[in-house]
Design a protein around this ligand. Sequence first.
Ligand SMILES: O=c1ccn([C@H]2C[C@H](O)[C@@H](COP(=O)(O)OP(=O)(O)OP(=O)(O)O)O2)c(=O)[nH]1
Ligand SMILES: [Mg+2]
Length: 165
Amino acid sequence: MDSVLVPDHDLTPDPPADLEIAVVRLDPDLPLPSYAHPGDAGADLHTTVDVTLAPGERAMVPTGISIALPDGYVALVHPRSGLAARHGLSIVNTPGTVDAGYRGEIKVLLINHDPVEAVTLARGDRIAQLVVQRFERAMFREVGVLPDSSRGAGGYGSTGTGSRS
Ligand SMILES: O=c1ccn([C@H]2C[C@H](O)[C@@H](COP(=O)(O)OP(=O)(O)OP(=O)(O)O)O2)c(=O)[nH]1
Ligand SMILES: [Mg+2]
């Protein structure tokens, strides 16, 4: 091994942001999206409304913010693992895709997967997290035959589940 990359996210209390994103607060009483810890990938989003989801129920929940991403960036709306573990709460379309040109309010399509318990969220609760990423814009060039690969058409469990070592 040539080198070991040493993480510095715990050593730098407040690392500089890599990217500035314009945000409009449609609900000025609620905070901007924010990272819970230095080095976190996801900035938490808040609900502007009280909401209760019965078992199996889903709802489109407003976050009170709209953003303008620079070209070449996307924001992905991911579930929070604590809510998933405790309540079975997830996102129907996880991860939701917020396109760079979208200027509307970011909304979260929550779903309660718990078979028995309802889940209640209060205005201001952190319900999801936004991960901002660069992406590549592809040019889909049609060809007659694809290049060979080791995997080929194998998928959907073709390698099994046991240890492969
Ligand atoms: O979880 C999400 C997913 C999407 N959006 C917003 C931003 C996104 O840019 C827009 C459209 O999303 P998407 O492309 O996933 O939906 P669609 O069903 O393809 O709608 P459209 O035809 O408007 O693209 O909706 C959200 O606020 N939250
Ligand atoms: Mg779309």
